[in-house]
Design a protein around this ligand. Structure first.
Ligand code: HEC
Length: 285
């Protein structure tokens, strides 16, 4: 069969789920929507990751009461698509871990709110979401820690500071995953992780007094490789089977941190977990 003949059917097939996902909301039978049955699954899956104690959002969304108190705001921010934060435009393929709510989900928040926010039957409430404490990918093979605490002043402009963590590897390694663990979430805006095999970051570090060195918009030179980035609620991932990155034994790790003052002096000492693989990448056949 000619390739062209497949084009339109294939395109329609691919496009169909995208349109279907955003079909206009068809209201549910009046008075049937409840928090426990209909809203809790959405909140637990899409909001709780940030809206829980110790995380980036300013209030929790973990219970009926939490959601009821904020319901008016929730209807507004979901309809405006301000929450959950997700900037990718729909219709250009599917992203892994997309946070985008469907029109159906957004409509349910509105209808439930307009109909008086019924809690529903306790038996319908799904189990509360579980979140991993500590390292999300399990115990790393190598943990690197900033050598000292770094103090972020109470006031003033945001701080862009690079921290150098020598790896002291005895041999080259196959890298399967990297996990960043921020030292203090109240000040951590985001972090970018790089490696340097040239010794340059050590020189920068030695020249600048205090912990690490100041550098806006990068690490101050072209690093050997970039490893990963972190921002609140950004989960680390392992590379797929048969894919690894090579970490040269001379590598130093450098964390470029964007930190913002919290209105009182804060201390931070971040860690990085490295996960190695004993297998090299798959050889191509
Ligand atoms: C990736 C993290 C993240 C996720 C996921 C998330 N939020 Fe938020 N939310 C925040 C942060 C941070 C703020 C405070 C900053 C702001 O208002 O911009 C916030 C603020 C809000 C506010 C107050 C906004 C205002 O203007 O008053 C509401 C309401 C809200 N979130 C509801 C939700 C709901 C409902 C969901 C899930 C459907 C959700 N959020 C998912 C991070 C998140």
């Amino acid at each position: 069969m000619k390739v062209q003949k497949l084009f339109w059917p294939l395109l329609l097939l691919l496009a169909a789920p995208m349109f279907a996902a955003d079909a206009p909301y068809v209201p549910k039978p009046a008075g049937t929507l409840t928090f426990n049955k209909d809203l809790a699954p959405i909140v637990f899956k899409n909001c709780a990751i940030c809206h829980r104690p110790g995380e980036v959002a300013p209030f929790p969304l973990l219970t009926y009461e939490d959601v009821r108190k904020k319901a008016r705001g929730i209807v507004r921010v979901t309809e405006e698509r301000y929450m959950p934060p997700w900037h990718a435009e729909p219709g250009f393929g599917e992203f892994k871990d997309s946070r985008r709510l469907s029109s159906e989900q957004i409509g349910m928040f509105r209808q439930w709110f307009d109909e008086g926010m019924k809690p529903g039957r306790p038996a319908d409430l799904p189990p509360p979401p579980k979140f991993v404490e500590g390292w999300m990918l399990g115990q790393p093979d190598l943990v690197l820690k900033m050598p000292q605490l770094f103090t972020v002043p109470a006031e003033g402009p945001d701080v862009y500071q690079c921290f150098v963590l020598p790896m002291n590897l005895k041999e080259d390694k196959y890298l399967n995953a990297v996990e960043f663990c921020p030292g203090n979430r109240r000040v951590a805006h985001h972090a970018l992780l790089f490696t340097d095999v040239t010794g340059t970051v050590r020189q920068f570090d030695a020249k600048d007094p205090g912990v690490g060195y100041r550098s806006f918009g990068g690490v101050g030179f072209k690093p050997s490789a970039d490893l990963t980035g972190w921002a609140p609620s950004n989960y680390p991932r392992r590379l797929p089977d048969g894919v690894v990155r090579i970490l040269k034994k001379e590598s130093d790790l450098v964390i470029q941190s964007h930190l913002h003052p919290s209105s009182k002096p804060e201390q931070s000492q971040s860690q990085v977990g490295l996960y190695f693989s004993s297998k090299p990448a798959n050889e191509s056949p």
